[in-house]
Ligand binder design. Structure first.
Ligand code: ASP
Ligand code: MG
Length: 413
């Protein structure tokens, strides 16, 4: 069996959902488990809604926007089964009660924001049935088991494996539609973190020992750079798991960072394909050796360079570095690149207000701290001479670092 994942952009309108049905019909329309995200930008809208509801602000227009968007798509898909419409109306109605239940914000967030995937999967499933696709709706919360670290739940692999195995039987003659991003801990809903649907697809695939996972996207495959930034970017035909995992580490947003590891361990190929043109070959991420990959360039914007300078004319020592790293970990801040000199320890992090400012404040107790925001970290993996020179010598470089395969420059563009 295979696993397909369709993200928000691939189901953002009635036309897009029709295209998904066509893609599915082109494949063996059974023995397929389909993981869907919320439609379009629904997760962002639900985030706004839960924030407003939790803080007793007026959420009427935000909620209405979510309701109208889904209702229009249902109409345009020609779905009019009264039982189905009643079910969806109930889902809308429940959003208000779910958002007003007592509990910590992150807990309520998971209960509410997960509804985007519940809605999208119900709609896609209903449309598939209408199109004669033998599909069944499966509630991922009953199968993908997690702990209750709200908004970033950790997968309980053993429990998930035991439950997901139960899907092997229905998969023999059916297409299963389920939700990405969400899971269940005992009786509550959890989420795996933003953009977590790719990871969900990898979890289902691993537990089912799938033949492959295909992530359907709006790009022709994994590319050597963001084509919006570098129009001469090329599509990779194939990539080793390790290379793909490192790309996500450096900030390439094509696949969620947690997706590769379980698939690599189970030796399940990951295909990245284009939903606008399924005939394109896309990229195959699998166990392979490639001797000469073209340079891969990843841009990470909104970076902040923080420099901690010792104040007493001594040099930066390991104890001080230890203190800095502990402070970073206490503030749950991740370093993207770091460098030390005689009297300063500098590092670059994603700039997030107020988190980064709290970190700077804490570090200022022991160091003279300087920081610059609005920077871009450019990583060039597998550089060649010309890319190395071009990126290194560009104006505005604040920090650079290179190894035998990778160059990183932090610049003000
Ligand atoms: N719908 C969720 C999000 O937008 C999960 C996903 O799309 O992967 O973050
Ligand atoms: Mg998404």
């Amino acid at each position: 069996m295979k696993v397909f994942k369709f993200g928000g952009a691939s189901i953002k309108s009635a036309a897009a959902i029709k295209n998904v049905a066509t893609i599915v019909q082109q494949f063996e329309a059974n023995r397929l488990l389909i993981v869907v995200s919320a439609m379009g930008k629904t997760t962002n809208a639900l985030e706004r809604f839960v924030w407003q509801a939790y803080n007793h602000q007026n959420y009427t227009s935000t909620l209405q926007e979510i309701v109208d968007y889904h209702t229009l798509i249902i109409e345009q898909l020609g779905i009019n089964s009264p039982a189905f419409i009643t079910r969806i109306l109930n889902q809308f109605e429940n959003l208000k009660t779910t958002a007003s239940q007592p509990g910590a914000y992150d807990f309520v967030y998971d209960q509410v924001v997960s509804q985007g995937e519940i809605l999208s999967s119900l709609i896609v499933n209903e449309f598939f049935i209408q199109q004669g696709i033998p599909s069944v709706w499966v509630d991922a919360r009953q199968y993908l088991q997690t702990d209750n670290t709200w908004r970033e739940a950790k997968v309980n692999w053993e429990q998930s494996q035991a439950k997901i195995e139960g899907l092997k039987k229905p998969l023999q003659g059916k297409v299963i539609i389920t939700q990405g991003f969400i899971g269940g801990s005992e009786t509550k809903t959890t989420t795996l973190g933003r953009d977590g649907s790719d990871y969900s697809a990898a979890i289902f695939a691993t537990c089912l020992a799938a033949e492959s996972v295909t992530i359907w996207k709006d790009v022709p495959g994994v590319m050597s750079a963001d084509p919006k930034r570098l129009p001469n970017a090329v599509v990779f035909d194939e990539l080793p798991y390790q290379e793909a995992a490192e790309m996500t580490y450096y900030g390439a947003s094509v696949i969620h960072p947690k997706t590769i590891k379980p698939l690599a361990n189970a030796n399940i190929p990951l295909l990245v394909k284009n939903f606008d043109d399924p005939t394109l070959p896309g990229t195959r991420i699998h166990r392979c050796k490639i001797y000469k990959l073209p340079p891969l360039i990843v841009f990470k914007d909104n970076q902040c360079l923080i420099s901690c300078k010792v104040t007493d004319y001594s040099f930066v020592n390991e104890q001080q570095m230890g203190h800095i790293l502990t402070t970073l970990s206490q503030h749950d801040v991740h370093i993207n690149v770091m460098q030390n000199s005689a009297i300063t320890f500098s590092f670059c992090v994603d700039y997030r207000e107020p988190k980064t400012l709290h970190l700077i404040e804490a570090l200022s107790k022991n160091f003279e701290v300087y920081y610059n925001t609005g920077l871009t970290l450019i990583t060039i993996k597998n550089y060649d001479n010309s890319t190395f020179n071009a990126y290194r010598n560009q104006p505005g470089v604040l920090l650079e670092q290179s190894s035998r395969s990778t160059l990183q420059v932090l610049v003000r563009l």
